[in-house]
Write a protein that binds this ligand. Structure first.
Ligand SMILES: CC(C)(COP(=O)(O)OP(=O)(O)OC[C@H]1O[C@@H](n2cnc3c(N)ncnc32)[C@H](O)[C@@H]1OP(=O)(O)O)[C@@H](O)C(=O)NCCC(=O)NCCS
Length: 217
């Protein structure tokens, strides 16, 4: 085995240990074929503070550098082969479900809660939270830098354009963008003239590993 192969094997072993360590923490269940970058964080019991909740991650998922997953008492479920891009923040207060094969672009923030704000004689941080939860379907593509707000359901096969703030439900197979996000079209008939076959160059980082994320085991 040459040095390069040794380094790759060591990295795979370190990754396997990382996932195993996460799995011994209360409330975390991560499939061993998931790739989690070293700098990603799951905040359930960080620094002795128990925030609570559960994080359930299926197989073949990629969780990129700098991602923060913080359930705050809710359940965050990530379906098989989903991709979470760099520096995304996934909160879980009222529940967050992300379907299979869904891709979430870098710096997206998903917020299934709102602070109470009706009283002006008390600070908002003492007025509790409303929590409806967020459901994102299968094969959804969320562009970079989006904000998804509480109570929103995004249907299967939908595209959310970069920079959108999603405040209302979006039907399946729509293309929506803007602030607030509005449906601009459906996937059949929207411009997207230059769609090409997916190649290794366009796959998320975790998928670039020889043989896919399962090779990390
Ligand atoms: C939504 C999207 C897929 C549409 O792509 P497209 O079919 O090539 O669309 P076009 O560039 O032809 O734009 C069509 C119109 O929508 C507008 N538009 C497209 N994306 C927009 C966005 N994110 N926000 C606001 N307006 C947008 C364009 O300005 C254009 O408007 P016009 O007709 O008035 O000129 C694409 O613009 C996008 O946002 N991709 C996300 C990329 C990304 O974040 N990737 C992260 C890595 S996973």
């Amino acid at each position: 085995m040459n040095d390069k192969a040794k380094r790759a094997l060591l990295a795979r072993i370190q990754h396997r240990i990382r996932v195993s360590r996460l799995n011994v923490r209360s409330g975390i269940e991560i499939d061993r074929s998931t790739y989690i970058a070293r700098s990603a964080m799951i905040q359930i019991d960080t620094d002795g503070c128990v925030l609570g909740g559960r994080v359930l991650v299926s197989g073949g998922v990629t969780i990129s550098d700098g991602v923060i997953i913080a359930p705050y008492g809710g359940i965050i479920e990530i379906g098989a082969n989903a991709y979470v891009g760099p520096y995304c923040v996934l909160y879980g207060h009222g529940g967050l479900a992300i379907g299979r094969n869904t891709m979430i672009g870098a710096h997206t923030i998903i917020l299934p809660a709102n602070h109470g704000l009706t009283r002006v004689d008390r600070p908002m941080n003492s007025q509790g939270l409303t929590k409806k939860g967020i459901a994102i379907g299968e094969d959804v593509w969320i562009g970079a830098g989006c904000k998804i707000l509480d109570g929103v359901h995004i249907g299967n096969g939908t595209v959310i354009g970069a920079g959108a703030v999603v405040t209302r439900d979006i039907d399946a197979y729509s293309i929506a963008f803007g602030v607030p996000a509005k449906v601009a079209g459906r996937r059949h008939g929207f411009p997207m003239a230059n769609v090409s076959e997916q190649t290794a160059d366009t796959l998320p980082p975790g998928m670039l590993l020889e043989g896919g994320p399962s090779q990390l085991l």
